[in-house]
Design a protein around this ligand. Structure first.
Ligand code: EPS
Length: 351
């Protein structure tokens, strides 16, 4: 991300989650209620765990916005963790407060615990859990909501749909109830669709400018996402059916299909962007998996505190946010400009 940049910070049970966004032009309308509505969407979905009953994620905008419009300066976002009041001592920055209450050493297979402890030399796996937790996707959703408000200035909007939970393409709730009863978890598949994109975002000239590559990276780095697919699954389809034929109508090029999902040659082609992703089942499980204790290498059961049974609906909202950030960056890369009026000049051209 070259022009729309951001950094996030914050632990799952720390004081707060924070982001600084840099590169947002001036004059973009920012409605905190829209950001909060996106945060609420991320907290919902059938199968979420008890942490969501504690949190009501609300954004505080601490810089970069005045009287409802961006200033062009860095935007600071903060989301308070309500649960921090129960964890203040455990998450203290002061060595005098040391406690091993809430420490754990039984790796959760499938989570970051083992590789994270090897990498950073943490003995207490809590030190890995706190940042590897999907809790950080709350602040990413807030950043994505700011990107969505920027895209809205140009009529670009996104949405998502759940396609599959576990093995099922309908009756998701019964499947989630079954997994919950068994102390198990479920993954899922979802799609994200963005409409009204101009043709020519991304590029074919170099691998790191290809938009499909940037989108895949943005989605694959969401915790638990294991596969990304743009457009229709091309396996088992002849080229004559797969590719979207072109027609001319009233001086405009039109397509009757969109199997390519709006991307050709690493660039948007003006059709809706359709991107699908698969989330694996959450690895923090009530009926724990077999594992090894890092302290003495004895076989034991994996750590369990609390978890979601299925977070695919939340993951889809996070994916919308990540894609919004990539698209905001691409609009700025292609059209530049320091305020929406300058950027909108492209809409007067025939792209
Ligand atoms: C999450 C907050 C976490 C988990 C979940 C996602 O809160 P806690 O660990 O306090 O219950 O509910 O994260 C995971 C299951 C995980 O393994 O990372 C959130 O805000 O989305």
């Amino acid at each position: 991300m070259d022009k729309f940049r951001f950094l996030t910070a914050g632990e799952s049970h720390g004081r707060c989650l924070t982001a600084i966004i840099e590169g947002m032009p001036a004059g973009v309308a920012i409605d905190p209620e829209f950001i909060n509505a996106e945060l609420a969407r991320r907290q919902q979905g059938y199968g979420r765990g008890s942490r969501m009953k504690i949190e009501t994620d609300i954004v505080e905008i601490a810089s970069g916005v005045r009287f409802g419009k961006t200033l062009g300066s860095p935007i600071t976002l903060v989301i308070k963790n309500n649960d921090f009041e129960n964890w203040e001592k455990i998450m203290s920055i002061d060595p005098k407060d040391f406690t091993d209450e809430k420490s754990f050493t039984a790796y959760r297979p499938g989570h970051a615990d083992y590789a994270g402890s090897v990498k950073y030399g943490h003995v207490d796996l809590r030190n890995v859990l706190e940042r590897s937790s999907a809790r950080k996707t709350a602040i990413e959703t807030a950043v994505g909501a700011v990107a969505k408000l920027f895209l809205k200035e140009f009529g670009i909007e996104g949405k998502s749909n759940i396609l599959q939970i576990g093995n099922l393409t309908e009756n998701f709730q019964a499947e989630i109830d079954r997994a919950k009863e068994a102390g198990d978890t479920l993954g899922g598949k979802f799609e994200v669709i963005y409409e009204n994109l101009p043709a020519g975002l991304g590029s074919y000239v170099h691998w790191d400018r290809a938009l499909d590559g940037k989108l895949a990276r943005a989605l694959m780095s969401i915790p638990a996402v294991k596969a990304v697919e743009i457009g229709e699954n091309p396996l088992g389809t002849d080229g004559s059916r797969y590719h979207d034929e072109m027609y001319s109508e009233n001086g405009k090029i039109i397509r009757k299909t969109n199997h390519a999902g709006g991307i050709e040659g690493g660039m948007t082609n003006g059709e809706p962007l359709v991107i699908r992703a698969v989330m694996k089942p959450i690895p923090t499980m009530k009926t724990p998996l077999k594992t090894v204790d890092s302290a003495d290498l004895t076989e034991t059961s994996a750590h369990f505190e609390r978890s979601d049974v299925c977070a695919a609906e939340a993951c889809a909202v996070v994916a919308e946010a990540r894609i919004a950030c990539v698209l905001a960056d691409e609009i700025l890369l292609k059209f530049g400009g320091d305020n929406p009026e300058e950027i909108k000049l492209w809409q007067k051209t025939k792209i």
